[in-house]
Design a protein around this ligand. Sequence first.
Ligand code: ROI
Length: 158
Amino acid sequence: MVAAYIGLGSNLHGPQEQLRTAITAIERMPETRLKRYSSLYQSPPMGGLQQPDYINAVAELETTLEPQQLLQQLQSIETEHGRIRGERWGARTLDLDLLVYGTDVINTADLKVPHPGLHERSFVLYPLHEIAPDLEIPGLGRVTELLENCSPDGLKRI
Ligand code: ROI
């Protein structure tokens, strides 16, 4: 069993409902147990394009799926939620990012774990801190310490 952390984000088509149904879909994934998930957080879009505010959350899983299998499961949930892979920094109905997979460091073309930029994104770090303050992010450090260097940047817990 490996502890894995997933970042959830949406800013289209009822973002709060998108995240709620995504949590239900995650609960139904094979070989996986949903351990806990954070509150929902609202934040302005990062990345400069004009688009609606995002709703974000983080979930902790226990899984025996391999990282690639887990990624495939997450991508099929995104697709079920009508995710169209469009503009790189554009709006999305559902984004599921594999943030952390145990102590693994993965650097392949389609999967980078820990998720690059995780430590700079308040909409990932604050919800992660809510459920796993003592988590050690491989190569980056403890969540509590990372949080000290990350401004909330308009993030609101809802
Ligand atoms: N901005 C916020 N606040 N939350 C996100 O989940 C998010 N996801 C993205 C980009 C477009 C980078 N901006 C975001 O993919």
